[in-house]
Design a protein around this ligand. Structure first.
Ligand code: FAD
Ligand code: DHB
Length: 390
């Protein structure tokens, strides 16, 4: 088979790339190792930046998001027993965020692509890249064990942190930047009504906690944990005690309920530069990872694709490769801004085992700054709602 753009991975990056290319009249084929069902059921991120929402709405995949997503005009920082609201809309000239789960975004994108006749191949094994510097080919084994090959003009490497695309860039042609944090996030989904109208980012001596939501009936919460801990060490009671303690103050109590999903994610900051090798272009988690504290992972993947789709369109329609040549540098500017913000939010809110008493007081002074200086609060708000797409 031959296609214009071969895409590896049906996550937010790969699906959005295929969608935007289709709107520009360009063919693509997506090769995905997991099943459609696994993709549509994996619980991950939940916060969409204003520009992610706008792009989905403008390109015809935002109807359900508009109906079922929750628009949030602010969030709360909680520390030393008190809540402090960050008024996102007032500080950013009316921008805000929408809480809508990543797997719901994926369901909407997959449905739109299939309705438009897209070729998405789920359950593919042994996906491998060849000759990406000259005329790329992708080989794979399909679900019946048959070997297949896809020839393409360009490749979108959208296969996440552990895919095959980034390793296809030779070591001597790239540089990796990595920071590993000595903690992880324990995430839960609980059957309970919302405890708060807005998200709560809490700093406590016992560690960070985050109160988010999914619907009137289902709540999403996280707390800082040992990344090597096991979810089975945590009973419902123990989880609720920990979350209650870390969010206490001002008479606040979380509304508890049955916990039906638990997972632990490690935390790291990672960037691979450049995000190109020959005709291979990597995007999203294939090229970078942020710790989840800034809610940037999914949004950054979409922002990469916004730049990449236009550059691919220009090249495939006119032969001009200036957009492709500048893709990496253009995307990396936003990526490093998001890296800084995610690292900053993480450092301001988490408990660091090696921190001295001075470090703890400095951390509180920083939270005092961002919740009492309008200029500092605006810096947080602008970064949290996300920069406009460029
Ligand atoms: P992915 O969503 O990872 O998609 C990559 C796709 O490629 C996957 O479907 C995968 O199956 C497929 N693939 C992988 N290898 C191959 C291969 N060899 N061949 C074919 N297909 C392949 N961000 C937040 O902001 N907040 C959160 O709470 C949050 N929680 C997260 C929890 C987890 C467990 C993880 C892993 C990430 C989380 N993130 C979170 C980050 C966010 O989900 C990612 O940034 C986002 O999914 C990036 O999208 P992507 O399309 O680049 O990659
Ligand atoms: C959610 C995840 C995040 O990483 C975050 O910063 C805020 C909310 C969520 O899953 O709802």
């Amino acid at each position: 088979t031959r296609t214009q753009v071969g895409i590896i991975g049906a996550g937010p990056a790969g699906l959005m790339l295929s969608h935007l290319l289709h709107l520009a009249g360009i063919d693509s084929v997506i090769l995905e190792s997991r099943s459609r069902r696994a993709i549509e059921e994996t619980i991950r991120a939940g916060v969409l930046e204003q520009s992610t929402v706008d792009l989905m709405v403008e390109t015809g995949v935002g109807d359900r998001l508009k109906r079922e997503g929750f628009l949030h005009h602010g969030f709360e920082f909680r520390f030393e027993g008190h809540g402090h609201r960050i008024d996102l809309a007032a500080l950013t000239g009316g921008r805000s965020i929408t809480v809508y789960a990543q797997h719901e975004v994926l369901k909407d994108l997959i449905q739109a692509r299939l309705d438009a006749g897209a070729d998405i191949r789920f359950d593919m094994r042994d996906v491998a890249l060849h000759d990406v510097a000259t005329s790329p080919r992708i080989t794979f084994t399909d679900r019946d064990g048959r070997a297949g090959e896809l020839a393409c003009e360009l490749v979108g490497g959208c296969d996440g942190s552990y895919g095959v695309s980034r390793p296809a860039i030779p070591h001597e042609s790239r540089r990796d930047y990595l920071r590993i944090y000595p903690f992880g996030w324990f995430g839960i989904l609980a059957e309970a009504p919302p405890s708060s109208d807005e998200l709560i980012y809490a700093r406590h001596e016992r560690g960070f906690a985050l109160i988010s939501t999914r619907s009137q009936e289902v709540q999403r919460m996280y707390f800082q944990c040992d990344p090597s801990d096991n979810v089975d060490n945590w009973s419902e009671d123990r989880i609720w005690d920990e979350l209650q303690t870390r969010t206490e103050g001002d008479g606040f109590r979380l509304k508890e309920g049955r916990i039906f999903q638990k997972n632990i994610v490690p935390m790291r900051s990672f960037v691979c530069e450049p995000m190109q090798y020959g005709r291979l272009f990597i995007a999203g988690d294939a090229a970078h990872t942020v710790p989840p504290t800034g809610a940037k992972g999914l949004n950054l993947a979409v922002a990469d694709i916004f730049v990449l789709a236009r550059a691919m369109e220009r090249y495939l329609k006119s032969g001009a490769d200036d957009g492709l040549q500048s893709y990496s540098a253009t995307a990396l500017r936003r990526i490093w801004r998001a890296q800084h913000f995610s690292w900053w939010m993480t450092s301001m809110l988490h408990r660091f085992e090696e921190a001295t008493e001075f470090d703890r007081r400095r951390q509180l002074a920083e939270l005092d700054l961002v919740t009492s200086s309008e200029a500092a609060a605006r810096t947080v708000a602008e970064n949290y709602v996300g920069l406009p797409l460029t």
